[in-house]
Design a protein around this ligand. Sequence first.
Ligand code: CP
Ligand code: NVA
Length: 299
Amino acid sequence: MKDLLTISELSPEDIYALLDLASKIKADPDRFRSRLTNKTLALLFQKTSTRTRLSFESGMYQLGGRAIYLDWRTTNIHLGSLPDEIRCIELYVDAIMARVYEHKSLEIMSKAASIPVINGLSDKFHPCQILSDLLTMKEIFQDFDTLNVAWVGDGNNVCNSLILGCTQLKIPIHVATPPRYEPHIDVIEWVKSHNKSQYLKISQDPKLAVKESDILYTDTFVSMGQEDETQERMKIFQSFQVNHQLIKESTKNPYIMHCLPAHRGVEITDDVLDSKKSLVFHQAENRLHMQKAILLFLF
Ligand code: CP
Ligand code: NVA
């Protein structure tokens, strides 16, 4: 495997191997200090970032390598052809991590490059986020055998990757979104064609979704690139807020997950985000350990 563009490219065994490696790195980071000596990673960003940028940048340093941050707008990618620019970038670095508006840009990069390309978020997927979230879930529950996950909110990039991660590992997931904001059709088709439909339920009912859930995951109602739709989305998503009342519908007092950045008082209330059951900073920390595992796995 050359690239990591989406979780469906990984087998369940690959995911378990990544979880295992990330746990080892987390337990004893010093053992891995010089694994990527003399390696360089280009970090190419079309959108802003806190966690993804820093976890990859620090991760590379902690593995003995280097990371170079590139803002899409201050490179000449926007002037020239993307494949030409990628063919030049790969002359200077050993791997590329990119955050893009259109997932198609990553596919073009992957085709043009002979070095690994890692998806640091696209409009369609956020695989690095969900791989590290699976690590968080494993640390809390030890295994995935009896776990039930709920997603309430927009069927967005994070949701698409969560569905792929959960169904790959046979974790039942119930996704509740407003009509027209369901997960990507390619994800639903992938689940069907890989005989994993028994693990995925999609509804428009947040209360039903949380009923049996051990984990309740949400994300922004307005992803980067959708700013023009803010007003409309605020109305449509009103009844999909993760708040105390919604949690009361669950028989299990679920753990709360959010990839951050969170819009407090919009998709999630302060009391829920700051509650003892909130895993948001645990998730943020695990980005670092999983990013390092992904880098070692691909190198
Ligand atoms: N969760 C996440 O990807 O955060 P950033 O957008 O800050 O990188
Ligand atoms: N769905 C959000 C995730 C941010 C990490 C976005 O794409 O903006």
